[in-house]
Design a protein around this ligand. Sequence first.
Ligand code: IPD
Ligand code: CA
Length: 279
Amino acid sequence: MPRQIDWLSILVQCKTNVQRRISPLLATLSKPQPNLGIGAGGDPMRQVDLAAEKAIVETLRKHDLQFTLVSEESGLKKYGKNPQENYITTDPIDGTTNLTRGIPFYATSIAVSTKPTLETVHAALVADLFHDVTYTAQNGKGAHRNGRKVTPSGNTLLEEAVIGIDINSYKVQKITSQLTRLIQRTKHIRHFGANALELCYVADGTSDAFIDIRGKLRTTDMAAAWLIIREAGARMTSPTGEPLKVKLDPKQKVEFVASANQEMHETILNLLRHEKDEE
Ligand code: IPD
Ligand code: CA
């Protein structure tokens, strides 16, 4: 009989180990940092990123798990005899710039899947490491925040909505025309700098939508939040309304719109579509 694995308990242990491992490094962030090269996702690696990844792998290995790691830092790595049994897709620290600058908004993100594809993700954790708030989800079992079931907001009015938009891109002129009408209709635009966590804010009703159409976000950053959004009952599709069917790979990029409910989702997609048609 295949071994029953309590993924949520293991993911929470990973998170606790990440906190333990990065804690001594937090005090050293103002000192000059060693040059550790570029990670698989294309950004410079920092000691905290590597320490967090090490903590995740160490915890999984302690449970004798066989898996393929899909990480923003080390890329693809195989562990155990049958590494294709499980895929662990992680952004060990999402929001590294926030962390290094002392902005209290950064997370660890871990997704478990049976294949290296988004639609096979079946267990997930995103944890706000500063405030110690943990979001988890399991396929068919709902999404939880510190163990309590979450539901997205019922707000359908764009004018009242809190909308996250990531416009953090050198090629911003490519997306601004598509976003103009949406921005003109809203009063509360936000971007906090850790997209995994910002997606969880849609899942639990803290915000009403989160949009990233830059074509720049890696699937390692959103794989876990995708399940949390879905299990909470919120919506998340491509900017043209298609289901997200993407490979889990540190180099794979993704664009999406996540909304609290279908009405809000359609309103946003229509505004994005309209602008694209006018280009
Ligand atoms: C970053 C954050 C940020 C987004 C960047 C991501 P990282 O993740 O999610 O909000 O604008 O595109 O790379 O690099 O801190 O893991
Ligand atoms: Ca990262």
